[in-house]
Write a protein that binds this ligand. Sequence first.
Ligand SMILES: Nc1ncnc2c1ncn2[C@@H]1O[C@H](COP(=O)(O)OP(=O)(O)O)[C@@H](O)[C@H]1O
Ligand SMILES: [Mg+2]
Length: 262
Amino acid sequence: MIEIHNIHKTFGDKKVLDGISGVFETGKTNLLLGASGTGKSVLLKCIVGLIKPDIGSVTFDGTYFTNNKLDIRQEIRRKIGMLFQGSALFDSMTVEQNIEFPLKMLSDMPKDERLDRVNTCLKRVGLENANKKMPSELSGGMKKRVGIARAIAPNCTYLFCDEPNSGLDPLTAIKIDELIKEITEEYGITTIVVTHDMNSVIEIGDKIMFLYEGKKLWEGTRDDIMDSNVDELNDFIFANRLMRDAKKVEEEEEEEERRRQG
Ligand SMILES: Nc1ncnc2c1ncn2[C@@H]1O[C@H](COP(=O)(O)OP(=O)(O)O)[C@@H](O)[C@H]1O
Ligand SMILES: [Mg+2]
């Protein structure tokens, strides 16, 4: 379980996070939901320690992280797997080298064990035998899968994914969401997924925290989200639906155009 207490962050004169508290549960896919620019990525970076909050603290399973001693912070860091926005694979490394990388950095596992672990993780994300491929040879969805395999390779306790399905077509996006949820439950990981996509809410939102202009305005499960009395959340859901419908119409028009041109 990850707990955050009263997180504040200001850049210059712009208040980005304004006193956010909450709990992210173990074995569940916890979503940080909100429109673009509302502070989701900054909050995620505060949680993993890439950004230091001005005020507030984070605990991982009861251990204080923010402001704690370096060795305690490092020990927690070792248990964190991250899937960054845009998957961020090392382009000059093969799939195998990408996944092996955190094992080399974070453990003293011998080579043959590392390769076993790489193969286990590749199998788990449905990419057996992709070891020698280069990232440039992979589709967007496959890159995300490799990113997930790399994140879970060191046997993470906590998994953070920033917009894991951005840039993917809707079907691939759902598959990636589902994979994250399955892995979370299978290994009992505490997972936090940043998203602005209502599809993810419906598919995988065990627990959702809705952010709006740096504040937490609502928290609950996907079953309750349609019944919230929060105007900003209802507007967000409505706008999401309009955008999805508009995208669908656009895709249908493009398809029609392709048919016409033979
Ligand atoms: N390192 C930074 N320095 C200054 N401003 C930042 C920095 N990181 C993020 N911001 C600002 O904080 C706000 C929230 O950003 P972000 O958390 O990335 O939003 P999102 O919800 O889309 O992930 C934005 O206005 C962004 O410009
Ligand atoms: Mg972001």
